[in-house]
Design a protein around this ligand. Sequence first.
Ligand SMILES: Nc1ncnc2c1ncn2[C@@H]1O[C@H](COP(=O)(O)OP(=O)(O)OP(=O)(O)O)[C@@H](O)[C@H]1O
Length: 648
Amino acid sequence: MSITLTETKVNGETPKEPMEFFLGSANNNKPNFPKRPEIDVSFRDVSYSVVTSWQSALKPAKKTILHGISGEFRAGELTAIMGPSGAGKSTLLNVLAGYKIKGSQGSVMYNGRLRTPENMEHFLRLSCYIQQDDYLRPRLTVQESMMIAAHLKLGINVSYEQKMYQVIELLEILGLTNHANTKTKCLSGGQKKRLSVALELITNPPIIFLDEPTSGLDSTSCLQCVRLLKELSRQGRTIICTIHQPTALLFEKFDHLYGVANGECIYQGSTKDLVTYFSKLDLRCPPYHNPADFLIDVGMGEYGADHRALVQSASSQYRSERADEIITSQDDDPSTSHTKKRKEKGLRMTVLRKHQQKTTDVLEFCKKQPSPPPLWAQTYRLLCRNIITLRRNTVQFGLRMLAHLFISFVFGYLYYDAGSKADSVLGNYVFLYGTTLFLVYTGHMAVLLSFPLEMGVLKHEYINRWYSLGPYMIATILVELPFQVLCCLIYNVPAYYCTGQPLELHRFISFVVYSTVTSLTAQSVGFLYGAILPITIAVFLGPVTIVLMSVFGFAIRLKDIPFYFVWMHHFSFVRAGFQSLVFSIYGYDREQLPCETKYCHFKYPVKFLTEMDFAEIDPIPQLVYICVFCFCVYFLTAFVIWRRLNCR
Ligand SMILES: Nc1ncnc2c1ncn2[C@@H]1O[C@H](COP(=O)(O)OP(=O)(O)OP(=O)(O)O)[C@@H](O)[C@H]1O
């Protein structure tokens, strides 16, 4: 398989001509990938509707965005989906790319093969979807991003050298070689877009969907981007993108145009034929007027355009073009019969044979494509990526550690030696509560925003089949979890010592274990809230839940809790953690405490535990409960994210 660029000028530089990018050669480090097949994408009677509100419990109010539209996008062509704002361009692209499935009807075919839920995975392997926003990892350099994507997409059977070769070649083709060591957050808009394309080209997909690839780019970058897409299409790819009001120069770079207005097709055909086609419908493009603007104006009903007439005309033109094609194709064959009917039959056979040939290529391509890495390798690569990001995010992580150390000394100062004396038992009790609350909050809040901020990137990478959800979750937790454990230790050691808690190893270990496990469980709840709630609600509901969970068990006995809140007492992992923490300090038959005043009510630790209703606590079942709670929350988080990623 080869990618040949002859005229692309990226980054102001013209690559060597012709520049060949051989992937099929057996030579040294060049990956030996299968030949990329050509795939035509067609769709028939595609509708898409969304539920906007519920009139009653059983009756949803629906809004139809696409109204049974049909069309065909061919391999080797650069297709633009254009139309007025809100016409349904992005929706159509999303439906075709398989990004939106729920609510869509009609059929999408690739090389004549119907796309079904069963072969959706197969289709996704052949295509990639580049969204309008660039979902890049800001702290990674261009080359690191490419290498990690190569590791994740090409698996473990392709050697490091081959992956590197592939990455270097792609960077060269897309004019990013000089920026290989630049962090992606420092790239310009055009460079980011090219990197987004390069990342998906690693597996050399035959179909590329792009949503508004030129949005936010200046005119030079727009031109570079569209030129690049055109070159990629010339190598046999099917490139379909939505585009918003391109300049005339940009417009003429597209081969095929699909005009949409009010969710219906008003034009499909060559960009060159657009003006002539509309003039036949008495819609004349003013001289020196940009045809792209003209199409949008017509779609908006300007120039006296009748929407229904446009839709009908586009539909009949499409049908007759298809019929002509069949006849032309059959005319090439000297052994054709004369009747149109037979010709059409013959055409269908020809198209079918062509598609069958292409289907064989597709199957061959899918079979020989590098297999994705095993789950452990995906986890490893994602973990490496997270560690690089962590290392480059020193301010945030440094501050987190410093905050733990600072609060530790503040508490140590305020409750100095409170743990060793009988007359400050209540003060020490408040210190233990403060410790629980502090570690629960830092665990919870630090990750609350992880998923809302990550969801876009995660969705993009997941849809483009970079990895599975399991490795992603494990790699995320494996970075956050040890870090929180470290923060807990940074807090616990000075605070334990300064507040004069008993210097007995088993009590110290118990103290550290319970406070850390409670903090990690709060972290898991933070992940869950981030996964299920919008940011604005998560930042409010998270702390409310923690406060609610923490009050049960603190200075209130079980028998004093109203019956309708008793379940909350049992359910609260914060309560379980706090009680176990108190037990670690005053339980396990702790000796009588030294009393420096005339009377100390809590001279005997067991008396304190009894009055607080903690005497009967068995810490081990509490530990098991907290761990099970944590595990269930992580499981639920993974399930919720999986649902969000797959309910498209
Ligand atoms: N989930 C939704 N609920 C309600 N309306 C929706 C929803 N999604 C899309 N729409 C509506 O469907 C129409 C088409 O949306 P779409 O994003 O496809 O338009 P577009 O042609 O890409 O517009 P633009 O060029 O401005 O991005 C719009 O009117 C939009 O408001």
